[in-house]
Design a protein around this ligand. Structure first.
Ligand SMILES: [Fe+2]
Length: 336
């Protein structure tokens, strides 16, 4: 897998300039990075770095103000400042996406479902939000490739359009626990309630109950990174339907306004689906541009009542399966 030279140059410059580049693991420009000191050369202001990107391997070293970069069999010289290697051993910087955490948005393209992989790149503990049974192979491989420890698989609700991958993940990944809202009535290792916390490494998600699409809809908020995973409660310029699965337009309107659109406007919105090719929005954007939820409540309820959507194709298969973790014979409790 070839890295673009511009990305590699920028990566090298950032490593050289960053006062916190001596941490063990970081991510930069979406790369999962493992940084190692190079033995005695450390004292001579010379560091080596190994970058892990799936099966590709990149090595960088700094010496006497220049940074030479080797990528597989090719080498190139990149200008860089002299590496100073401070005493700090951990990065505390959280401003750059990917700096101390990993975030992947993954698509299941039959139901247009987004699965989210979040991880702390120090402890390597990871969580999957809304995994799909059809893409469990991909997700397990990615977790393995990146050296992550998957400790949780959380559903935002009992889905009607696909079968959750939670049960399969529990089978294949020892120690992975399933999460879903207690109100949903579905089986899971952990039944989540309002304001419950799901921890992974140094990070945590806050669960916010957002019923209306279903009774058991949960929105997960990653306050440290300004991200909110809204399931079907809030979609990009839309929202989940409210005409089945205990749906209520009035309830959904209150949930979204009180629990999601009340967050700071810069928070990034990551929904469970998008059917138009968009990947994210923000709280501020949706407050201003959502054609349904920016309206007064009475108008929203009228819009939702008149949608006249077709009966979901997968609902008769998906609902019973999702009430039992996606697989009928998966026991609850950690896999061993
Ligand atoms: Fe849904």
């Amino acid at each position: 897998m070839a890295l673009p030279s511009t990305g590699l140059s920028a990566f090298a410059r950032l490593l050289a300039q960053s006062p916190a580049h001596c941490c063990k693991r970081r991510t930069l420009f979406g790369l999962n990075v493992k940084i190692n000191k190079a033995g005695g050369a450390w004292k001579q202001r010379c560091c080596s770095y190994s970058i892990l990107l799936s099966r590709a391997s990149v090595c960088c070293s700094t010496q006497k103000g220049n940074m030479s970069v080797s990528h597989q069999n090719s080498q190139s010289k990149i200008d860089g400042k002299k590496s100073m290697c401070p005493n700090s051993t951990r990065s505390t910087h959280t401003g750059i996406p990917g700096d101390d955490f990993l975030f992947r948005q993954l698509l299941e393209y039959k139901s247009y479902t987004y699965t989210y992989l979040l991880a702390d790149t120090h402890s390597m503990e990871a969580i999957l939000i809304d995994p799909v049974i059809d893409t469990v192979d991909r997700d397990v491989r990615l977790v393995k490739d990146l050296g992550l420890k998957l400790i949780a698989a959380a559903n935002t609700h009992v889905h009607a359009d696909h079968i959750t991958g939670t049960g399969e993940l529990k089978k294949r990944v020892p120690g992975c626990l399933s999460y879903i809202a207690e109100v949903s009535g579905a089986q899971a290792d952990v039944k989540v309630k309002e304001h419950d916390i799901i921890k992974f490494g140094r990070f945590q998600l806050e669960a916010r109950s957002t019923p209306g699409h279903t009774d058991g809809c949960m929105t997960y908020v990653w306050h440290e990174k300004g991200m909110v995973f809204t399931g079907d409660a809030l979609l990009i310029r839309g929202c989940g339907r409210t005409d089945f699965q205990q749906g209520s337009a009035s309830t959904l309107y209150d949930s979204v306004h009180q629990k999601i659109l009340s967050l700071p406007e810069h928070y990034c919105v990551f929904p469970a689906h998008d059917y138009t090719g968009q990947t994210m929005s923000t709280v501020g954007e949706e407050k201003q541009f959502n054609p349904r939820l920016s309206k007064p409540k009475s108008e929203f309820v009228e819009i939702m009542t008149k949608l006249n959507l077709p009966y979901p194709k997968q609902i008769d298969v998906a609902l019973p399966a999702n009430l039992v973790c996606g697989v009928f014979d998966v026991p609850t409790g950690p896999a061993v």
